[in-house]
Design a protein around this ligand. Structure first.
Ligand code: ZN
Length: 290
């Protein structure tokens, strides 16, 4: 069972969140038929986004991520809702890059250079939007930089997807530690020291660690408690109605062409592969309503 958990650690003035995203990443991989390289990249994005939903308060709130890059993966878009539903699309999911010399997945090679945009829709008139350049293409560093540059929040973001050469995802998850405003020197120096000593998330996942065990291993010996927990699942919210309103935004000429040249329109949802067929009559009604 995937979950997102927020912790309070005694004596540490920071927000501490961890995620287990194995099932969601497996579902994402199945939908997109993603290679191990693409799954690792997109899986890390999924984990980071899932943890960011802990900042959402209302059921209608959502966060979207847009990564636009010049690497072979081309781009990743994802949206998560307050309830822990996540959906995503990978522009080029079939890319296979050889492992790096150190045996690690070449995520930065797949991603290359580009930008990370975060859109937080929290019921305000205008959603909050922040865009930063990618600093490494390894995803975790890119989110760390995003939090520092765009949200002025010093953070540690660590993400991992454990996957074998047959594309089988074995584990996926991560953690995020964000300093609270006015955090003490003790907290800052403690975290700086610990972060340098920590195992990578992939190593922790390889040991079979769950979210509690990850956080316990980071803050060894300190008292901690769970303050909030919610499920995470890969779930698309597309519907015929939603696709219809998308079609109604097309130009009249394009709609006319679908009616006269094609036998209606088949629309594929890029987040879940659901197909929606609209026949000529229905397209005609959409056209008439414009
Ligand atoms: Zn869908």
């Amino acid at each position: 069972m995937d979950k997102i958990v927020q912790y309070r650690v005694k004596g540490i003035e920071a927000q501490v969140i961890a995620v287990n995203s194995l099932e969601a990443v497996k579902e994402m991989q199945k939908i997109h038929q993603a290679s191990y390289t693409a799954t690792a990249a997109a899986g890390r994005v999924l984990s980071a986004l899932a943890m960011m939903t802990m900042a959402l308060k209302n059921p209608a709130d959502k966060i979207s991520i847009q990564i636009t890059v010049d690497g072979p993966i081309k781009g990743i878009v994802a949206t998560a809702r307050e309830n822990g539903d996540v959906k995503m699309d990978i522009y080029q999911p079939l890319i296979y890059l050889p492992l790096k010399d150190n045996g690690k997945l070449d995520v930065s090679g797949a991603v290359g250079k580009g930008t990370l945009t975060v859109v937080k829709d929290m019921g305000m008139k205008t959603p909050y939007t922040g865009t930063v350049p990618l600093v490494s293409g390894e995803i975790a560093e890119d989110f760390t930089y995003y939090f520092a540059a765009s949200e002025q929040t010093p953070s540690v973001v660590a993400l991992g997807v454990l996957i074998d050469s047959q594309d089988v995802v074995l584990a996926s998850g991560g953690f995020m530690i964000q300093l609270l405003p006015g955090a003490s020197e003790e907290t800052i120096s403690y975290l700086e020291k610990r972060v340098g000593e920590l195992d990578s998330v992939t190593t922790m996942l390889g040991k079979g660690f769950d979210t509690d065990e990850m956080i316990t291993s980071i803050f060894e010996g300190k008292e901690m408690e769970t303050i909030s927990e919610k499920p995470l699942q890969y779930k698309c919210d597309c519907s015929r109605e939603r696709i219809r309103s998308g079609l109604s935004l097309l130009k009249k000429d394009d709609l006319q062409a679908m009616i006269s040249e094609d036998d209606g329109a088949e629309v594929l949802c890029h987040f879940c592969n659901s197909k929606y067929h609209f026949d000529r009559d229905e397209l005609g009604k959409i056209l008439d309503a414009k």
